[in-house]
Design a protein around this ligand. Structure first.
Ligand code: NAD
Length: 264
């Protein structure tokens, strides 16, 4: 049996499937990944070095952090101009058919939500939002006139709930995962009997530890872990995933939908 047929059969017999996604999910929407062959960091290691300093900068000088954020364009491009691709829509379809219960994404691009997925956990935050560094209250970006605050010398933005300093909702390197999202993600992993892992190099922790936790789970029936990625990852090599369907998520996921429809 081909791997696509096998994965669709496993999806049909699963009772609680979830999908973990990464930057590879959005490359077909025109958003570069970090570590793929044309990734931002593969081409520009200096950008990686700066990214590692961002959270420290926020803690040390929120004003400087905000001035820099507002004067440098996002490395990922203008995300509002990007559109979801067939891979995102396939996950919406899995959810609509009742198989997929949640998407846990490392992506900050909001494309799962814009495609129509209902249950999305933004593990690394969401570029369209801001978050209080103290109480984790979230705000839509438009709720703050950031340019106005800069002009008036009133940066950083302050939280309307607790007065804490507001940052981008995106989780920077070295910054803890917001506790509400970390907890919900663990609950989803605990409940699932099938996990798809789509378009991630699986080297960023603690996200990459979620499949490992599932593999080591005790007291519950064994879960199946299926990777869909352009290349093998540490999860493939270390036998954490049961198998890899190698190729583009924007091609493979829609094929799985076709297969489900053919059988269903
Ligand atoms: P990564 O860049 O480390 O790895 C991407 C993986 O996806 C690579 O293995 C690559 O070969 C594979 N890939 C690329 N295009 C693919 C496709 N069309 N189909 C299947 N596989 C494909 O990305 P990561 O593991 O998500 O880690 C990067 C971190 O950077 C994450 O924390 C994420 O928050 C952030 N990031 C987000 C975005 C976004 O929001 N779109 C983009 C870049 C980086």
């Amino acid at each position: 049996m081909g791997l696509i047929k096998q994965a669709s059969a496993e999806l049909m017999k699963s009772s609680y499937a979830i999908a973990l996604t990464g930057a590879g999910m959005s490359t077909e929407s025109g958003i570069p990944d970090f570590r793929g062959p044309s990734g931002i960091w593969t081409k520009n290691p200096e950008a990686e070095r700066k990214a590692f300093q961002r959270y420290e900068q926020f803690l040390a000088s929120p004003v400087k952090y905000w001035e820099e954020r507002l004067s440098s364009p996002s490395l990922l491009g203008d995300l509002e101009k990007m559109a979801p691709n067939p891979g995102h829509y396939a996950l919406v379809e899995f959810e609509r058919m009742g198989y997929l219960k949640a998407v846990i994404t490392q992506n900050i691009d909001n494309l799962h939500q814009r495609a129509g997925s209902k249950t999305v956990l933004d593990y690394h935050g969401n570029e369209s939002r801001l978050r209080c560094g103290s109480c984790s209250a979230r705000y839509d970006r438009e709720e703050y006139d950031l340019e106005g605050l800069r002009r008036e010398g009133r940066l950083p933005p302050l939280c309307r709930e607790c007065g804490g300093v507001v940052k981008l909702d995106t989780v920077h390197f070295g910054e803890p995962i917001p506790p509400d999202v970390a907890e919900r993600s663990l609950e989803e992993v605990e409940k699932c009997d099938l996990m798809f892992i789509c378009g991630t190099s699986a080297v960023v922790y603690p996200f990459a530890g979620l499949p490992v936790l599932l593999k080591q789970r005790r007291g519950n029936a064994k879960a199946t872990i299926v990777e869909i990625n352009a290349e093998p990852t540490p999860l493939t090599r270390e036998g954490i995933s049961d198998y890899l369907i190698q190729g583009k998520t924007g091609l493979i996921l829609p094929k799985l939908v076709d297969e489900l429809k053919r059988k269903g």
